[in-house]
Design a protein around this ligand. Structure first.
Ligand SMILES: [Zn+2]
Length: 75
């Protein structure tokens, strides 16, 4: 009876990069509201496996968030 539970994957979150979808080529670090969507409430950057963001955009995001942090725009 050990293997009764098969690994359930949540199908609720689509793994599509939201930024690719919106054809975002540049992330403005002053766009705080947008950056916050990719952060936890404690100000940590959400990992890609949760947001589904592609590598390129994740790099842009982390750069933007770090810049915004320097200016105290986000946590
Ligand atoms: Zn992307």
């Amino acid at each position: 009876m050990a293997e009764q539970r098969s690994r359930k994957r949540r199908a609720s979150k689509p793994k599509i990069c939201r930024l690719c979808e919106n054809k975002v080529h540049h992330i403005d670090f002053k766009d705080v509201e947008m950056l916050k969507k990719f952060q936890t409430e404690k100000g940590r950057i959400l990992p890609r496996r949760i947001t589904g963001t592609c590598l390129d955009h994740q790099k842009m995001l982390s750069t933007a968030i770090k810049r915004a942090r320097v200016l105290s725009l986000v946590l």
